[in-house]
Structure formats: C-alpha cells, structure tokens
Design a protein around this ligand. Structure first.
Ligand code: G3P
Ligand code: MG
Length: 251
C-alpha cells in the first residue's frame, strides 16, 4: 500500500469474512480462531441485538439457516440463543459452536491480536438501538486497544446512532451499489471508508473515492485475479471468504 493509502487505512489489508469465510461456520468463535490460525490479522463479523438487547454475532434476522432454530433473533433472548448449535449446519468438526456474544468475540480478537471490522447488522426496525448498543459496547470492549475496530453498516440510521454513542470509533458506510450521493452520505455520517461490493467498483470510481479522502474496502473477493485488480486500483482492504486461495497471497 502507498504511504497515502496506509494513512487512510492503517488496518490489515485483507479480512476474513464472518470470521473464517467459507471454511468455518460464520460468525462463531471457531471461525475467528480459524481466521487467526490461517494467518489473518483482521476479521469482519456481523452484530445484531438479541431479544433481551444483548449484542450477538449473527448475519440473518431469523435463526433457521445457521442454527436450525425457529423464530427471529430480535425476539429471542440470549439465554435461548445460547442453547442453539451454530456449527452443525456447516460441518461435523464444528458441531457445538454457539452464537457468541459480541463481548466474547471482542475478547477473543484482542487475545489473538486480530483487528476487527464490526458490521452493525440491525434487525429491521431496530436500526438506531442497534447502532447505539454496538458502538457503546465496542467503546468499552476495546478500551486501551492500539487499534479499535471500524464500525460499518448498510444502515445510515445505525451509523448515525453509533457516531452519537461513540464518536471516536471510525465508521464505514456499507453499500451494494455505490449511490450517486455517496459523497453527501459519507460526509453526513463522518465515515472514513466506503465498504462496497467489489463488483460495483471501477478504477475511475476508486480514484474518485480516494480523491475525496476516503479509504475503500471491497467485499467479498474470492478469487486472486479480482484481488490483484482491486489492489492495482489502490483499494485499501478486501474481505474474503476464500481464506485459503486469496488469503495466502495477499496478507
Ligand atoms: O462487511 C462486508 C460484508 O459482510 C457485507 O455483507 O451480507 O456478508 O454482511 P454481508
Ligand atoms: Mg457482514
């Protein structure tokens, strides 16, 4: 990374998506351990509020896909979530993995010296509350850390609440496609980075985003050719599911 790139993004340049990419059950402690064991220095994971307000690692609003449980995360207390098996759907060796609390994941990341991109993943209708709770928790959990996490979200409401709760934590705006008014959004939310689907980027757009002073994180890049191209455009950070294929060459 060039000197100006490193100034914009002083974090690892490749992150393990949802902890361990496709090689482990997403958003579990086992996944985060695997990411670290495979030599990653940074991970991305998703945080949502359980029914009781405890922040937990999970991607979907419902429990079915990753736990076989029934119902919605936002209506289920953590005590119930903690009983579910969040690893069996993936593969036998991961049976018995649990839905971790955000605080468990943060502790593990600090122990393993892994940097984190914490994606605030609010259940519909819980955007502000989630942004605020996750930012407050992150503020406490990474107290004294050399590199606290970047908080990102697809939800501008969640990011605004995060800024209010912990203004010192850097923020990234997540987008699938890059909206025409990206500059205004980034400015309003005081974000440091645009986190976009890599397919939405072009060399020209990347140059414009950098010229505006922002870093670029691209997800989810699972082949080396795309990774090389994106780094060639100066993209600061890639998130990958292919820890084995993409990870090794670019860490
Ligand atoms: O933060 C990058 C990426 O995780 C965003 O999409 O749906 O995998 O959380 P998703
Ligand atoms: Mg995510």
């Amino acid at each position: 990374m060039s000197a100006s790139g490193a100034r914009r993004w002083p974090y690892p340049r490749i992150l393990a998506h949802r902890g361990g990419g496709k090689l482990a059950p997403e958003n579990t402690l086992g996944a985060i351990r695997l990411g670290a064991a495979m030599g990653f220095h940074g991970v991305e994971f998703d945080v949502m509020l359980a029914g009781c307000g405890t922040p937990v690692l999970i991607h979907d609003e419902t429990l079915k896909r990753t736990t076989g449980g029934r119902g919605e995360v936002a209506r289920t207390p953590y005590g119930t979530l903690a009983q579910l098996d969040a690893g069996a759907w993936h593969s036998r060796p991961f049976r018995g993995e649990r839905i971790p609390r955000f605080e468990d994941a943060a502790r593990l990341c600090r122990e393993l010296h892994l940097w984190a991109n914490v994606e605030i993943k609010p259940a519909t209708g819980h955007e502000r509350r989630t942004g605020e709770a996750v930012a407050r928790a992150a503020h406490t959990l990474w107290r004294g850390a050399a590199q606290p996490p970047v908080l990102s979200s697809f939800s501008p409401l969640a990011l605004a609440a995060a800024r209010h709760a912990a203004p010192e934590l850097p923020r990234g705006l997540l987008v699938g496609r890059i909206p025409r008014h990206w500059r205004e959004l980034m400015q309003d939310l005081e974000c440091v980075a645009l986190h976009c689907n890599y397919r939405a980027l072009s060399r020209r757009l990347a140059a414009q985003i950098h010229a505006a002073g922002y870093a670029i994180l691209a997800w989810t890049v699972n082949d080396r050719r795309s990774a090389r191209k994106l780094f060639g455009w100066g993209v600061n950070c890639l998130v990958t599911d292919a820890l084995d294929r993409v990870g090794a060459e670019f860490r």
